[in-house]
Design a protein around this ligand. Structure first.
Ligand SMILES: [Mg+2]
Length: 265
């Protein structure tokens, strides 16, 4: 990985003549990781920049999050942005609306696991269970170190019976486990789909996709865009898929400002 801002001039060169399609993760990318999900609030400056960028005729902005669609829409609140919630299982934006066709049976599985989890995790302090309709997040950032083993044991007891029957998939992120439908749909696929749709709408291929993310689920998108655009990891830890990195979410703001200044002329 190379530090993106060591290549400022090159960056300006490649950005100048291209239509920029900006794909952003939310938690850890647009906001620092917070103790609990409800505390991750986007700054006014970032919101302002995203609003302006998404209304620029040479740019498009999509936010792709593991949060539910309604949650991510409410947090950002800008109409001209495309939102993909639940890792892309639901998408909404200007002239676009999509929900992955999951059987009602799957939603009832999520409901069952949720109920089970709420009951069984009640004895461990700090577990936060989020029912996002199509997926479920189990956060353990606030769980005491000494309880982690027990936490993992219970999680396995709850989810293993579903995993072995291929009823769910489970992914881990930053102090969170995501319980998801066993479908081949991830941030990489969603990004490629949105990109080809945009190429079709603009009738040209002169689009530069930029993906910025900080966590394991973003790796699918990094991989998908490896040869097509700029892949940027947020954080000091190495990412196997991203070509560049930025040190923190403030540098993401700086990059948004840089793109805005170039495109605003
Ligand atoms: Mg993230």
């Amino acid at each position: 990985m190379e530090y993106l801002f060591s290549h400022r001039n090159k960056l300006k060169d490649i950005l100048t003549d291209k239509f920029v399609f900006l794909f952003l993760d939310y938690d850890g990318t647009l906001t620092p990781i917070a103790q609990t999900p409800d505390k991750a609030v986007i700054s006014k400056e970032k919101k302002d920049l995203l609003g302006r960028l998404s209304n620029n005729p040479n740019c498009k902005v999509a936010i792709i999050s593991g949060r539910s669609l309604s949650d991510i829409k409410a947090l950002v609140g800008i109409k001209s942005i495309i939102y993909a919630g639940n890792h892309g299982l639901e998408i909404e934006g200007p002239k676009i609306k999509f929900e992955s066709r999951l059987s009602p049976r799957f939603k009832s599985i999520i409901r069952d696991i949720y109920k089970d989890a709420v009951g069984r995790f009640s004895k461990i302090k700090g577990v936060l269970i989020e029912n996002k309709g199509l997926t479920l997040s189990v956060h353990y950032r606030l769980v005491d170190k000494q309880d982690i083993q027990e936490f993992l044991k219970i999680l396995a007891e709850i989810t293993d019976p579903y995993i072995v029957r291929n009823k769910i998939k489970i992914n881990s992120g930053k102090k969170v486990y995501e319980i998801r439908p066993p479908v081949m749909w991830d941030k990489g696929k969603i990004v490629l789909w949105l990109l080809s749709r945009q190429q079709f709408l603009l009738e040209n291929n002169n689009i530069l996709p930029i993906y910025i993310g900080d966590d394991t689920t973003d790796e699918d998108a990094f991989k998908a865009l490896k040869k097509k655009g700029l892949t940027i990891f947020v954080g000091e830890k190495a990412s196997p898929g991203a070509r560049y990195y930025l040190k923190n979410t403030e540098e993401v703001t700086e990059l948004l400002r840089l793109i805005f200044d170039l495109k605003h002329k």
